[in-house]
Design a protein around this ligand. Structure first.
Ligand code: DHB
Ligand code: MG
Length: 221
């Protein structure tokens, strides 16, 4: 099935996803330096993130988990020049790669890359930090419940929170799988369920070049 999913993603991309040189460069640079490419979102998923931002005319975006900044560039690409994007990466090596890709892109919107444990970076943000309009959580899955709670503190009514990799090829249903990442995702579902600060939440499973996985999405009340 993987072969067909990838072929269909290529078909979708060749028709609907523009071949932006800065995005192509980010993927090529990531590959050239020997980093695993599968950690990044697929191009058509990047486009979906961009469209969610456009639909809601978001200006301030927070990303938790930068990796190579491929999704960062999709998020930033959708923002007006007076927007702002804060992205947080825990690993120095990934942050160095991300910075290269961000600098090469030369986007007008300011992109702030902070390096450190996301929970600590978020807790260290100034008291008067304005809330974000859109939050993309794509870091260590073990900490998803914590990232969701911290995101709510940085939200306003209507903020959209998207979390990547919430299906993991069905591992979330495997009762014998007690990996911290999988437990973290299950706990995230528990937390979202009837959360008093969320207006609505759902998850969508996806298949494609990145295998069988999915996004969760929530709107803040
Ligand atoms: C992994 C992490 C991701 O965020 C992703 O999109 C795919 C895979 C991982 O850690 O394996
Ligand atoms: Mg991911």
């Amino acid at each position: 099935m993987q072969k067909q999913w990838s072929a269909i993603d290529s078909y979708i991309e060749s028709h609907l996803v523009p071949n932006d040189p800065m995005l192509v460069h980010a993927v090529d640079n990531t590959q050239a330096q020997g980093f695993p490419e599968h950690l990044a979102v697929a191009p058509n998923q990047g486009m979906l993130l961009q469209m969610l931002i456009q639909m809601n005319q978001c200006k301030r975006v927070l990303e938790v988990g930068t990796f190579a900044a491929y999704s960062t560039l999709w998020l930033a690409r959708a923002l007006p020049a007076n927007g702002y994007l804060l992205t947080i990466e825990g690993r120095e090596k990934h942050a160095t790669l991300a910075l290269e890709n961000i600098q090469h892109a030369q986007l007008a919107v300011p992109i702030d890359l902070k390096v450190g444990m996301a929970s600590e970076v978020i807790k260290a943000l100034p008291e008067d930090t304005e809330p974000f309009d859109f939050i993309f959580i794509d870091a260590d899955k073990q900490s998803y419940p914590e990232y969701l709670e911290l995101s709510l503190k940085l939200s306003h009514p209507g903020t959209i929170i998207v979390l990547d990799n919430v299906i993991r090829a069905g591992d979330i249903l495997d009762q014998d799988n007690h990996k911290p990442s999988i437990e973290g995702i299950r706990e995230m579902y528990q937390l979202m369920h009837n959360h008093p600060q969320l207006l609505s939440s759902t998850a969508i499973q996806t298949v494609g070049s990145k295998g069988h996985d999915g996004f969760a999405i929530a709107i803040v009340k």
